[in-house]
Design a protein around this ligand. Sequence first.
Ligand code: NAD
Length: 240
Amino acid sequence: MDGKQKLKQWVEDSGNIVFFGGAGVSTESGIPDFRSVDGLYRQQYDYPPETILSHTFYERHTGEFFRFYKNKMICKDAKPNAAHLALARLEEEGKLRAVITQNIDGLHQMAGSRTVLELHGSVHRNYCTRCGKFYDADHILNSEGIPLCQCGGIVKPDVVLYEEGLDYGTMQRAISFISGADVLIIGGTSLTVYPAAGLVDYYRGHKLVLINKGATPMDSRADLVIGGAIGETLKMFLEP
Ligand code: NAD
């Protein structure tokens, strides 16, 4: 039985699958990840993305932060790909219990997934740092320079920047889903960004599937490793 057939079998047999993914889930939608050859790390900026997307950088160079953020992190025209759609279908069929994502693009919800845990927040939610008023992504995109609220406060994306803590409640829910999962499918993540990558340690089952284009530090712990594009792999669950 090849890797894809084995995955198909495990999915068919289970009603308690959890998916944990990262930026690689959205590359087939045209959103660059950080570490692939055409990822944001290989593009020329004055600073690496993890520096620009840090709390210190946001505080000290707010204008430059928003120039990068508007240009690279908000991808308004991106549409869900086969991976997002297959995961939504599996949830609809009662097989998949949750999508836990490091992504901030909102594509899982656009595909129809309902239980989506966004560990790093979302570009679609933005709040005034002075009065708390909510703004959508268009407000950020359409603003000149630093986005401001009617009250004059800066509107900050509800995105977890490097050096900032993750939401406690979301992490607890993620741990609960992963520790109770029968099948854990991990895909499109280099598994190098902590504490998110540490969630894998909570899995107690024997059906840990890794679908990634490149090798990850956790390949040796997986029960099944499928090398290749995740949309190409998961599209089998969209077939009738
Ligand atoms: P990463 O860039 O570190 O790693 C992405 C991994 O996905 C790589 O190992 C790459 O080989 C693999 N990959 C790329 N395309 C793939 C595909 N089509 N199929 C299978 N594998 C593929 O991403 P990360 O581990 O998620 O960590 C980066 C951080 O950056 C995360 O915190 C994330 O929030 C953020 N980020 C998010 C987005 C987004 O929301 N779409 C985009 C860029 C970065």
